[in-house]
Write a protein that binds this ligand. Structure first.
Ligand code: FES
Length: 165
């Protein structure tokens, strides 16, 4: 079957089996290997991409469900050859150790900061914040779907807070 996607602003067509996940379509069919496969079961967040601006675990979603959708991967952030503010903050704050979870962390944080700016409540605040900066506890709660087996969580949260300033 064929699925038409817009990936990082570019029209792409993927020919794939009906059971192909969005993650495998990105990595194996489009060579966008920045998106990582960790658990492949929706538990680690390493495969997080944006689908029409919202964060999605791409291992849990079939490529065929995304015909016509806009997909943003880690390769689509910033300008070519340059890091964006959030990526720079991860570098400045050492928001990683082995780095395997980093693309998923950054994609999730990208959407999370937009959600916070739009006033989506967290379970911590129970109120509409409507703005950043977020508290450390709010960042932790909003990023709880992204695991880091090196436990770089304090530095990841610092990087997100820095970019939200
Ligand atoms: Fe998709 Fe772990 S690889 S959530």
């Amino acid at each position: 079957m064929k699925t038409d996607l817009t990936v990082n602003g570019e029209a792409r067509q993927v020919e794939h089996e009906s059971r192909t996940t969005l993650l495998d379509a990105l990595r194996d069919h489009l060579d966008l290997t920045g998106t990582k496969k960790g658990c492949d079961h929706g538990q680690c967040g390493a495969c997080t991409v944006l689908v029409n601006g919202r964060r999605v675990n791409s291992c849990l979603s079939l490529a065929a469900m995304h015909d016509g959708d806009e997909i943003t991967t880690i390769e689509g952030l910033g300008e070519p050859g340059a890091l964006n503010t959030l990526q720079e903050a991860f570098v400045n704050k050492d928001g990683y150790q082995c780095g395997y979870c980093t693309p998923g962390q950054i994609m999730s944080a990208t959407a999370m900061l937009e959600e916070a700016r739009d006033g989506a409540p967290s379970h911590v605040s129970e109120t509409l914040t409507g703005s950043v900066p977020l508290t450390d506890a709010e960042i932790a709660e909003r990023m709880s779907g992204n695991l880091c087996r090196c436990s770089a969580y304090p530095f990841i949260r610092e990087a997100i807070a820095m970019s939200a300033e």
